[in-house]
Ligand binder design. Structure first.
Ligand code: GUN
Ligand code: ZN
Length: 424
């Protein structure tokens, strides 16, 4: 099986491959990539390949989202608050509803369909506190065969009664979910420490122990998003140097730890994150929506491994294209530029690296799982008009990330097969 259209992917951050008449060749038995390259050479080499031609299209690797909440589909576009009020007034009450299995199952299915409609094939996903809802999510993802990282939120203090759980129950349920779902098909588990405010010190130690027991387990949490949150954490842990030190003290920094936001950090904290190769998920639409602050993507003197993410439902769009658009604006306000090639690198191979999945996804190297999208660069009259005057690939990509959204995703393929959730 082969797909023919202009094709773009990254071999490294500054190493983009573009074939104006490209072919992506798949192994139908495994759904993996056999090769990609220029059509004439590749089709000569594989004359038997059945070719699907995509007109007026661009083939790219599936987009990757490093931070999103599945039970917050209905929280999106909730008016007028910043983080802590937003959590208490909108988010916690909505998440409490996920005790209901019907809500959990139908929302998991909707959420996955919405990701796929937007061209996102992998995400690091937060669940509600309910193990049964996490199980519903994994079942749905398993059915779609999507590569997802997910975990139930662990919250053993400072939560409303209808979301509370004991430290012991949280650990037991998390262990059960890990043993069933972690590395089951394409599913992966992330111990999900919602944020320091809602976890006890004992719970943080439990998560550290889980990570020792399962070296390829992920840990995801929120960090230094909002100034009132910072004050709260300081009042809870006066004995720690700073916010990052709370995690450090419990052995929770490292390359498999993904920290959402990380906007308000000192140089000391940045240095610790860098030294431990911890990851930050930059969530521009969320940071603007909640008024949390402007994440500095390029910090002079630092090289922090940063992924990019939607953070729905504080984030305002499932579309990684819209997320790149807002990231560009955040960089503008910081006095820097986000080039279109860097942006698309971040949303594909860069995010795969942030999630330590670049041996499996993120580009079209032989043997990788063939998650890819067929984009329509002229999906709207305005996009068509703007693309018509683009002179370079950079200009085309920039117009795609500024003007594009779900309408620009014509098809989404998961491990070689077209998802039923594609637009066409
Ligand atoms: N901090 C703790 N929980 C959340 C959440 O659900 N969303 C965001 N944006 N920040 C958080
Ligand atoms: Zn979040």
């Amino acid at each position: 099986m082969a797909h023919r259209a202009p094709l773009l992917h990254f071999l490294a951050e500054n190493n983009l491959q573009y074939f104006p008449d490209g072919v992506l060749l798949l192994d139908t038995a495994t759904g993996n990539v056999v090769a990609c390259g220029g059509a004439s050479a590749l089709l000569e080499q594989y004359p038997q390949a059945q070719v699907t031609v995509h007109d007026n299209a661009l083939i790219m690797p599936g987009l990757i989202d490093t931070h999103i909440h599945f039970p917050q589909v209905d929280v999106i576009a909730s008016y007028g608050e910043q983080l802590l009020e937003w959590l208490n007034n909108y988010t916690f009450p909505t998440e409490a509803g996920f005790a209901d299995q019907h809500i959990a199952e139908t929302t998991a299915e909707f959420f996955l369909q919405e990701l796929l409609r937007n061209g996102t094939t992998t995400a690091a996903v937060y669940g509600s506190v309910h193990a049964s809802a996490a199980d519903a999510f994994f079942k749905a993802s398993y059915r779609h065969n999507t590569r997802m990282i997910m975990g139930k939120s662990m919250m053993d203090r400072n939560t409303p009664d209808n979301l509370s759980e004991s430290t012991e129950q949280s650990l037991r349920e998390t262990r059960d979910l890990i043993s069933y779902w972690h590395n089951n098909g394409r599913q992966l588990y992330a111990a999900t420490l919602r944020f320091v405010v809602t976890s006890s010190a004992k719970q943080m130690d439990d998560i550290h122990n889980l990570m020792e027991d399962y070296p390829d387990l992920y840990m995801q949490t929120h960090l230094a998003e909002n100034l009132s949150e910072l004050e709260l954490v300081k009042s809870m842990y006066p004995e720690r140097l700073d916010y990052v030190d709370v995690f450090d003290h419990h052995g929770l920094l490292g390359p498999r730890s993904i920290f959402g936001h990380g906007i308000h950090l000192s140089e000391r904290e940045l240095q610790r994150l860098q030294d431990t190769q911890s990851r930050i998920a930059f969530c521009p639409t969320s940071n603007l929506f909640l008024g949390s602050g402007l994440y500095q993507l390029d910090k002079p003197g630092f090289d922090i491994h940063t992924g990019i993410a939607t953070d729905v439902g504080a984030g305002t769009s499932f579309s990684m294209l819209q997320t790149l658009h807002e990231a560009y604006k955040v960089c503008q306000l910081n006095g820097t530029n986000l080039s279109p090639t860097r942006a698309f690198y971040m949303a594909t191979l860069g995010n795969a690296k942030a999630l330590s999945l670049d041996d499996k996804i993120g580009n079209f190297e032989a043997g990788k799982e063939a998650d890819f999208i067929v984009c329509d660069l002229a999906a709207t009259p305005l996009m068509q008009r703007r693309q018509a005057i683009c002179k370079t690939l950079d200009e085309q990509l920039f117009a795609l990330m500024i003007l594009g959204d779900d309408r620009a995703i014509r098809h989404t393929y998961v491990n070689g097969s077209m998802s039923a959730c594609s637009a066409a």
